[in-house]
Design a protein around this ligand. Structure first.
Ligand code: UTP
Length: 297
């Protein structure tokens, strides 16, 4: 495993697949996209976009579907709202992170939710011939105090190793059958070579307990693999299956994020994220701690 800087092509673009049905959150997600559910006062998609910007990503590609246009609206300028707020002397800085530079947010449509791999493929014309990042916004990645976000850590590693990178974390063996799992090779610090990848394996067949956790840096060749990728686990076109085919053709590594990850695609993970973030917020942490203590007695 070489760790010499190799100056690969920079990561300027990120794809946010947000066309899933969000069935685990019904009825909340019947009308409101999962990615707009707020953890305290910011929607999930905002956390992911902030993480992307911290990592130097310039262009945000949203793969939306039916009923998901609110996500695109979120990054528009709400003229009437801002006008009324400034007339009333209200603080507009809360909206700053939602303002996109014109042309920096691009939406493409996944007409039918055929799976994550298919959603990524829908962005192929915008991604073009350069490496790109992927964020699953329902995986909320939170930096340690004073630390950096998951994608920034990945970009720093990418500058050393190039190729394809995925973020991974360890879960109890009983949980592996719900996730994409890596077959790990040589490891050095938080970097592990990836020898194989399998989506939702039965526990007995899982090659490890290291699961793929919602952040990727991939080479554009994955789009060509996805072009002909058939259905996999759950009858969906899986990104994991396409990535597995690239192993051996191009360098493929996993990075273990030094920070906190919350699975906000599940209800329990969402509640955990809300509590964890509220407890860390300087404007409410103490009150939330007092409330939690009272509720627990
Ligand atoms: P999930 O597996 O969490 O599926 O998708 P989901 O539809 O969002 O939620 P549940 O399982 O029904 O509750 C992982 C990511 O892939 C996107 C989702 O929006 C989410 O960001 N996705 C999934 C698509 O964009 N298109 C698809 O066809 C499937």
């Amino acid at each position: 495993m070489s760790l010499k800087p190799i100056s690969p092509k920079p990561i300027r673009k990120a794809v946010f697949p947000v066309a899933g049905l969000g069935t685990r959150f019904l009825p909340a997600t019947k009308v409101v996209p999962k990615e707009l559910l707020p953890v305290v006062d910011r929607p999930l998609i905002q956390y992911a976009v902030d993480e992307a910007r911290e990592a130097g990503i310039e262009q945000l590609i949203l793969v939306t579907g039916r009923g998901k246009t609110g996500i695109v609206e979120h990054f528009d300028i709400a003229y009437e709202l801002e006008h009324t707020m400034s007339e009333r002397g209200k603080d507009l800085s809360l909206l700053e992170a939602t303002r996109a530079t014109p042309g920096d947010v691009i939406a493409v449509r996944q007409q039918v939710p055929l799976g994550l791999g298919h959603a990524i493929w829908c962005a192929r014309a915008i991604v073009g011939d350069e490496p790109f990042a992927i964020f699953l916004p329902d995986e909320l990645m939170v930096a340690k105090p004073g630390g950096t976000g998951c994608m920034k850590q990945m970009v720093e590693t990418y500058e050393q190793v190039g190729g394809n990178l995925i973020s991974v974390l360890e879960v109890p063996m009983e949980q592996v059958s719900s996730y994409g799992v890596i077959d790990p090779g040589a490891a050095r610090g938080n970097l592990t070579e990836v020898k194989g990848l399998v989506e939702k394996p039965p526990q007995a067949e899982a090659p490890s307990n290291k699961i793929v956790s919602g952040r990727y840096i991939l080479q554009p060749e994955v789009m060509r693999v996805l072009e002909t990728q058939g259905k996999g686990a759950g009858g969906e076109i899986q990104l994991t299956d396409a990535m597995a085919k690239m192993i051996g053709q191009q360098p493929f590594h996993a990075v273990t994020f030094d920070g906190f990850r919350y699975d906000c695609g599940s209800k329990i993970g969402f509640v955990e994220a809300t509590l964890a973030i509220a407890l860390r917020r300087p404007d409410m942490g103490e009150q939330v701690r007092a409330i939690a203590a009272r509720l627990l007695t």
